[in-house]
Each structure stands twice: as structure tokens, then as C-alpha cells.
Design a protein around this ligand. Structure first.
Ligand code: WT7
Length: 631
């Protein structure tokens, strides 16, 4: 069996084997990595008590596999092309040799500050190479990294540090975002007031703005120069923790998803290679931030495990203009491009000239992640970025799953707009009906569950295994419940329809917000929309739509309101018509691009009392605007 599947027959063979003979399948895939000691048991998993153990007895190190393993033959190969926020600052390249040296220096620095195997290290850095060095340095010495996205507020940062009991934080003076800069150090200072577990705050330089140095703070730039550029590997048990990454829960407290070493390595490396069809010589670019799971698995680990060359981008899609993505693809001759539907939709509302003036002919595969991609955005991406010549991989997965579970394989499996299509080898999805029974017919819709464990499933919620069991393994005993709804066609292709918690019942009819939004987004003047329910005397609930119009379109609002409802009536039926439509200049979103419906629901209900913590939003200022123009 080859690590990389290259045709449909190989995919079918791999998938069949992964189901009928799961242990042999993963045993074979795992041999493509370096193991200091081989495992004795491929897996021992139980959905009942949420206990997942892969490759036990095996000893390895993911940093060794991501970096050291490539040095002998490909040390001069470029690991990252760093593209700074400011396009006038030239891009720099980091070879695997250089990456190795820098990671070792960081690893020695951590040791110098007495960080030991199992200790938690919080990383609060912008998208600069030092972020990658810090992450890999932790992995090299067996420390558990917890990266916190550099857009999070002091309160959110403090809550995460407190939850995992981090001993050290690595941060920077500031971060550049378009024309602005953010003083990370002062945010960290505010957070650290309430974080007694932190013994040292290690500060690197990016913006060179003035910073205050307290007694736990150390400026590390000159200190790093004194550190040796080699550092022994700490060999890890396959099930030793690798990292904690926080994801928001349906209740207030964020969940610290814990991922471990061996299974996460095997799965992210395998899926990166196959989903992006990465070949030596390619240049891959994922626009996510390393502060999210997409960045962990498909900027850091997956690409490096395959010896890939990636673009590491510090900036934002709209600076210096909305053509930045397309300019960078052209400049570095990117072959695989991976971004989010929210970015696609926002760039699609700009003039097409921003795209067409750049040469995108280097692209071979383009990807989407984070939310369902609506038909219109899919088509725009296909026509204008892929030029009808690049398979779109609509990859479905979650922080909890560690890697991509459902996705097309480029030039191997069928593409269907808005469908994530087929499960990858090792993944057995199931649809569950309202009686908690698995649906056997192929063409069906239901709640999306996964039947058996795969190597990179999260092992627990850090410090709260019961919450892990309650959240994911209790609603449907024996299954992992994803929280998403899905539709399956007669050929076994999956379309993720959205979170099942976003269903609204209107006059006794279940209405999904996602299909209504899809219908609205079909309107040529609409950029984006979000639907929530609000209490209604007769119907129980009625629908409230928040709609963002394209900036270059002008039309009478009453007319558009009528047309939107016509589109909905046509796509779903008159029952799904909106009672209220409010036009806004944007929608409140999380940093990973998901619309914060909780806030919209409150505004629709006219309840302005408590929005919770909105500091973690991408655009907190929009909340005030929406509140003030409620209809
Ligand atoms: C939720 C997980 C996966 C990394 C980024 C987000 C939604 C994700 C897709 C997709 C439809 C998608 C799901 C999922 N989602 N990818 N291709 N199509 N929905 O990770 O923050 O843990 O969110 O994002 O609702 O449950 P996350």
C-alpha cells in the first residue's frame, strides 16, 4: 500500500482495508514515520468511556519526524516562505536546516528555564516564524504546547493559562495586522496578573515598540544567540500529550482539547499528503492562523511531516488591498491554496479585477474549511480562483478530530459543489435519526456521528474527562457525536448542513438556518447572511435575517426584501420566509469565521442585557451597529 493514493482503485482499496482490517491498515501507514521503538498494539479504543490509545509501546517524536528526518537529504529544501504583513518588507525563506537550528535554540531556551517533559507552555505569538519554532521546540523536549490565538483578549488568555497551569509563556512585543499593530505584550501583562502558574514570560521582538519588563519577563533575542543550535530529542510514548488547544463550548468555559503524539502524527501527515496531493516541488499555502487547529495540523505538522514547502503569511486578506491573497499566490507560485468560505465570500464581493490582474495558473488544488461553503461561493471560487481547472477540496473536520475526516481527494474522487463528499480511509460516518437509531439507507439526512475511533481523535478535555464523555459520547452511546447535521446522497457523499443546534422550529416545521442562508446568498446583491429564530405569538418562532449586501450594489431596500423572500420561497417554501430582515455592514464572527448566532439571537429577541464575552470576536464593533439598527 502506498502512503499516497493516486487513483480511485487505490482509494477504494485503502478505504476497504481501513474498515475491514483497521489495525493492519494503520500499522502499515504508521511505518512511513520514524519510530525509535515500534508499538506493540495498534489501537485499543472504547467509545463507551472515551478511551483511545494508539500505537502503544511505540516511542517517537513528532519534531524529529517533521524536521530532523529531512535533514540528511533535503536540509537545504525550503520549509517556509515567510510573507510579512507589509508587502514592502521582503519575504524570507527558512530551509529545513535553518528550521532545525532555530527549533533547537528555542528548545534549549525552554530547558534553560527549567521546562520539562509534561510541563505546559503557553504560546501567544503572531504569525511569525518564531511561532513555529516555539511549537516544535515544545514537541522536541516533550513539553505540552497550548497556542492561544494572538487575537484573543487578556481575559481569554488568562482563562486558558489558568486552565492548563502553564509554567512559561512565549509572547512578542506586538503583532502587525494591516495598517494596525496590536500590543501583545501589554495584553499578556494584563492576563498574567491573574496567572500565578507562570514562572517566566519569554518575549521576542516583532514590532520593536516599547515594552514594560516585569520581574517574570525575559527578552529572549540575545539570549537565544547563546543557545546551542543542536538539542537532543526526548523520545515520547505514543500516548504522551502533544498539545492542548481550546475550542469554544456551548457553555461558557472553553474546552481544552488534548491531542497526543503518535496517532496525531500518523493521521495529520497522511491526510495532508492525500487531501492536498502534495508532491515534492509544490508550494502549499494555508491562510489559517496557527492559533487554530487548521494551523496546527495543516501549517505546522502535516506539511513538515511530508517535507513540504509552505507559505507562512503574517498579514490579512485585505491589506494593502483585497487582492493580497491572489498577489501572494502569483508571487510564490503557490500550487495548493487552503482558505475559509468566509474569506472567499468577503473577497468575492470585491471587484473581480483584484483577482484577474494576478496569474493564478500555478494552482493545482484549492481547499475550503471551517463552515459549509454555499453554492454561490463554491462557484465563484471554482470559476475565478481555480479557473475551472483545480479540484476544490471541501474539508470537513473539527478541533476535536485533529485532522480532516471527510473530503474529496483531488483528481481521484468525485466533486459535488457544497459537499465534503467521502470519508477518508479509517473514517466511518453514521447518520442518526431522531429516535437515536442509525439510518441504514444511503440517501438520508441526520445527525452526523463517527462510529469508530481514528488515530487523531482528541483524547480528553484537559482536566475534565467527564465533560468530554458528556459532550461527545453520551447523546448517541457507542458513537462520537460531531454536533453537525449532514445529508448523504445515494452514492455515499456527505454534505454538512450545519450545526444541529441551529435548527429553528417555525409553526411546527424544522427549518435549518444553513439552507435558508444558502437561498438568500443566491441573490446577486447578497454577500452574506445569518438567520436566527425569535419568539412569535402564533408560529412559536419566526425568522429574523441579518443580511450583508455587496458593497458595489445599490437597490431599494424594500425591493431587495421582497426578492430575498422570493428566493427563499422558491428554494425551500413559503414557510421559510423571513419575518424581519435587517441589513448590516457585517456579521459578528469568531476568529475562525463562524457567525456568532448567540449574539444575533439576543438582538433579534430585543434582549440587549448580556452578550457574554464579545472580546473574542473578529469584529466586536459590529455588535453595536447591529443593535442600533434592529428592525
Ligand atoms: C466545525 C468545527 C476544521 C477546522 C476549522 C474549524 C464546521 C468545519 C467544515 C466544512 C461544513 C464545516 C462544522 C464543524 N466545519 N469544516 N468543510 N463544511 N462545516 O474547527 O472551530 O473546531 O469547528 O466547523 O460545523 O463541526 P472548529
Amino acid at each position: 500500500m502506498n502512503f499516497r493514493m493516486t487513483n480511485e482503485a487505490e482509494f477504494n482499496l485503502a478505504y476497504e482495508k481501513s474498515i475491514s482490517n483497521r489495525d493492519d491498515f494503520w500499522d502499515e501507514i504508521a511505518t512511513y514515520y520514524h519510530w525509535q521503538n515500534k508499538w506493540h498494539t495498534v489501537e485499543k479504543c472504547s467509545m463507551k468511556d472515551a478511551s483511545f490509545r494508539w500505537f502503544e509501546g511505540g516511542k517517537t517524536n513528532i519534531c524529529f519526524n517533521a524536521v530532523d528526518r529531512h535533514l540528511k537529504e533535503n536540509g537545504n529544501r525550503i520549509a517556509y516562505i515567510f510573507e510579512p504583513n507589509n508587502p514592502d518588507e521582503s519575504a524570507t525563506t527558512i530551509t529545513y536546516n535553518k528550521l532545525h537550528e532555530e527549533v533547537c535554540k528555542y528548545a534549549n531556551l525552554l530547558k534553560h528555564f527549567n521546562v520539562q517533559k509534561g510541563d505546559r507552555v503557553c504560546i501567544y505569538l503572531p504569525m511569525i516564524p518564531e511561532l513555529v519554532y516555539a511549537v516544535l521546540a515544545c514537541a522536541r523536549i516533550g513539553a505540552v504546547h497550548s497556542v492561544v490565538f494572538a487575537g484573543f483578549s487578556a481575559q481569554s488568555l488568562a482563562a486558558r493559562i489558568q486552565d492548563c497551569g502553564a509554567k512559561v509563556i512565549i509572547t512578542a512585543d506586538g503583532s502587525f495586522r494591516g495598517l494596525k499593530s496590536v500590543s501583545l505584550k501589554s495584553i499578556a501583562d494584563e492576563a498574567l496578573v491573574n496567572c500565578p502558574s507562570i514562572k517566566h514570560s519569554l518575549v521576542t521582538r516583532r514590532t520593536n515598540e516599547p515594552i514594560q519588563l516585569g520581574n517574570r519577563d525575559v527578552e529572549i533575542e540575545s539570549l537565544l544567540e547563546e543557545m546551542g543550535n543542536t538539542c537532543d530529542i526526548t523520545w515520547m510514548d505514543a500516548e504522551d500529550p502533544l498539545f492542548i488547544l481550546y475550542t469554544s463550548g456551548s457553555t461558557g468555559k472553553p474546552k481544552g482539547m488534548l491531542h497526543t503524539t503518535g496517532g496525531y502524527m500518523v493521521y495529520t501527515g497522511y491526510t495532508f499528503k492525500n487531501v492536498f496531493a502534495y508532491e515534492d516541488g509544490d508550494t502549499y499555502w494555508c491562510t489559517a492562523d496557527i492559533g487554530w487547529i487548521t494551523g496546527h495540523s495543516y501549517i505546522v505538522y502535516g506539511p513538515l511531516l511530508n517535507g513540504a514547502t509552505s507559505v507562512l503569511f503574517e498579514g490579512i486578506p485585505t491589506y494593502p488591498d483585497p487582492g493580497r491573497f491572489w498577489e501572494v499566490i502569483d508571487k510564490h507560485k503557490v500550487t495548493q491554496f487552503y482558505t475559509a468560505p468566509t474569506a472567499i465570500r468577503s473577497l468575492a464581493k470585491e471587484s473581480l479585477e483584484y483577482v484577474s490582474k494576478h496569474d493564478l495558473s500555478s494552482l493545482k488544488v484549492i481547499g475550503s474549511v471551517g463552515e459549509p461553503i454555499n453554492e454561490e461561493a463554491w462557484q465563484w471560487y471554482n470559476d475565478n480562483v481555480g479557473k475551472n481547472n483545480c479540484p476544490i477540496v471541501d474539508t470537513w473536520w473539527q478541533t476535536e478530530t485533529g485532522g480532516i475526516l471527510i473530503s474529496p481527494l483531488p483528481n481521484i474522487t468525485e466533486l459535488i459543489p457544497t459537499y465534503a463528499t467521502k470519508p477518508l480511509p479509517g473514517i466511518e460516518p453514521a447518520l442518526i435519526d431522531e429516535h437515536k437509531k442509525e439510518i441504514n439507507e444511503l440517501a438520508a439526512s441526520g445527525n452526523l456521528c463517527i462510529k469508530r475511533a481514528w488515530p487523531s481523535i482528541a483524547r480528553t478535555i484537559y482536566g475534565d474527562h467527564q465533560r468530554y464523555i458528556d459532550t461527545y459520547f453520551t447523546a448517541y452511546p457507542g458513537y462520537y457525536f460531531t454536533g453537525d447535521g449532514a445529508l448523504r446522497d445515494k452514492n455515499g457523499n456527505y454534505r454538512i448542513t450545519g450545526r444541529v443546534d441551529d435548527v429553528i422550529i417555525v409553526s411546527g416545521h424544522n427549518l435549518g438556518t444553513a439552507p435558508i442562508e444558502d437561498a438568500i446568498n443566491e441573490h446577486p446583491f447578497v454577500a452574506e447572511s445569518a438567520i436566527v429564530g425569535f419568539p412569535h405569538d402564533i408560529k412559536g418562532n419566526a425568522l429574523y435575517g441579518f443580511v450583508t449586501l455587496k458593497t458595489d450594489k445599490k437597490m431599494d431596500e424594500t425591493l431587495i426584501r421582497n426578492e430575498i423572500n422570493k428566493y427563499i420561497s422558491e428554494a425551500i417554501g413559503p414557510i421559510a420566509k423571513l419575518d424581519k430582515i435587517q441589513f448590516t455592514s457585517g456579521l459578528p464572527k469568531t476568529r475562525s469565521g463562524k457567525i456568532m448566532r448567540r449574539i444575533l439571537r439576543k438582538i433579534a429577541e430585543g434582549d440587549f442585557s448580556n452578550f457574554g464575552d464579545i472580546s473574542t470576536l473578529l469584529n466586536p464593533e459590529i455588535v453595536e451597529e447591529i443593535k442600533n439598527s434592529r428592525v
